[in-house]
Design a protein around this ligand. Structure first.
Ligand code: PMP
Length: 418
């Protein structure tokens, strides 16, 4: 191991994770590429786990940020008004919410994904006066106590050291109707003798990222929404990973035709890899009094500058079309891999550019990712047993390099099965 990696091994807590799978020290990144200190070039199919949907160091965002910094623009302002914040709120309303017929108040819960989830769970309980939250197997919502309590991964939950309470985990859409957990839930709720308390909220990802690129069917999501409406349960969509274009539309739930009560956004929201998250709240649920949910880093002005610039991608539908075209290329390529190499016992999963192959062969996905890394492609694995290799290219990646990355995956698969 090189000397710099040894410094990490010696001094950083063992809880570190990605450095294990990507053993290099990176120095530079542009668009869909990264370079390590030895000058080796990598195609990035990882994109900061969905935090870099527009790639690294986008020129337009960078220029806006540099201009703002050189002009001594406000860096930190707590939640006082700044031009950076006002401009972001206005453009988010004009470019994202209004054209989609969505009416939400924008709340800044803190810098990162887990903060928006915490705020959503807390607000849903305050609005309804109820305690329980229903979440789903394979769901991932963050690492702080509240968001961990709705995360359906026993290894992660054990990190809390105590049992996590007031949540009920139900089976995620499993494509088998007679095992549909939502039907069971309705029966419990209909029967006043069942002892099942009506929950405050249900929290769900339309496509589970960490859980293994499991895409819920639209009719399942609609059924979930109907149950929420019938029982006055708040529907929270965690779009931290699946949002901001990853599945082909700005919000992942648009295609399913549902309208959540609360939406959690973070990761690619700033567009530039800077920490920013928002919780979108239906106006009638905007009931917190000033001070009931505050914090020091609720909205970073530099992140507002790049986030505002990133919304230019959404001024018309050309970006959506581009994502769709690229996702078709990827789906076709992966479908061919699964057919050509039956030894991997693979299944293509996902939606848009949130896509991957689940392999029934134990340990194969991790080996494919490791072989691809050697060949200059950065790609993560996901799922409870890391059985999925997960393709998260920048949505802006040119098609030729997208294909190059796919070819590296095929070479890696071929090398492992022969
Ligand atoms: N929700 C989802 C769906 C996520 O994928 C993640 C992060 N992987 C989080 C919440 C938590 O975000 P963060 O790591 O920024 O706290």
């Amino acid at each position: 191991m090189d000397k710099k990696l040894n410094i990490i091994k010696e001094h950083e807590s063992v809880v570190r994770s990605y450095v294990r799978n990507f053993p290099a020290v990176f120095t530079k990144a542009k668009g869909h590429k990264l370079w390590d200190e030895a000058g080796k070039e990598y195609i990035d199919f990882f994109s900061g786990a969905g935090a870099l949907n527009y790639g690294h160091n986008d020129d337009h965002m960078k220029q806006k940020l540099v201009d703002y910094i050189l002009d001594d623009g406000i860096t930190h302002s707590l939640d006082m008004a700044s031009t950076a914040k006002v401009d972001f709120i206005k453009k988010f309303q004009d470019v994202i919410l209004k054209p989609r017929g969505l009416d939400y108040k924008i709340m800044f819960p803190g810098p990162t994904g887990t903060n928006t989830v915490e705020s959503a769970l807390k607000l849903a309980r305050k609005v309804t006066g109820r305690t329980d939250i229903i979440s789903f197997t394979g769901g991932f919502h963050g690492m702080t106590i509240g968001s961990l309590s709705v995360t359906g991964n026993s290894m992660k939950r054990k990190g809390a050291g105590i049992p996590l309470q007031n949540t009920v985990t139900m089976a995620y859409d499993n494509y088998v109707d007679d095992h549909d957990s939502l039907t069971y839930l309705e029966r419990f709720l209909e029967d006043s003798g069942s002892g099942v308390a009506i929950p405050a909220a249900m929290i769900v990802e339309t496509v589970q990222g960490e859980g293994g690129i499991n895409a819920a069917r639209f009719e399942w999501l609609k059924k979930l929404e109907n149950i929420c409406r019938r029982w006055g349960i708040l529907l929270i969509i965690d779009d931290v990973q699946a949002g901001i274009g990853r599945t082909g539309t700005f919000f992942s739930f648009e295609a399913a035709g549902i309208k959540p009560d609360i939406v959690c956004l973070s990761k690619s929201l700033s567009g530039y890899g800077l920490p920013l998250s928002v919780t979108l709240i239906k106006p009638e649920h905007d009931i917190w009094q000033p001070g009931e949910h505050n914090g020091t880093f609720r909205g970073n002005n530099h992140a507002f500058i790049t986030a505002t610039a990133s919304l230019d991608f959404w001024k018309d539908d050309s970006f959506e079309k581009e994502i769709l075209e690229k996702s078709e290329i990827v789906r076709e390529f992966l479908t061919n891999i699964v057919t050509e190499y039956p030894e991997i016992k693979g299944e293509v999963r996902g939606r848009g550019l949130m896509i991957g192959i689940a392999s029934e062969v134990e340990g194969l996905a991790e080996k494919v990712a490791a072989a691809a890394f050697e060949k200059g492609l950065i790609m993560e694995t996901a799922g409870p047993n890391d059985e999925v290799f997960k393709l998260f290219p920048a949505l802006t990646i040119p098609k030729d390099d997208l294909k190059k990355g796919l070819e590296i995956i095929e070479e890696s698969v071929k090398q492992l099965v022969k």
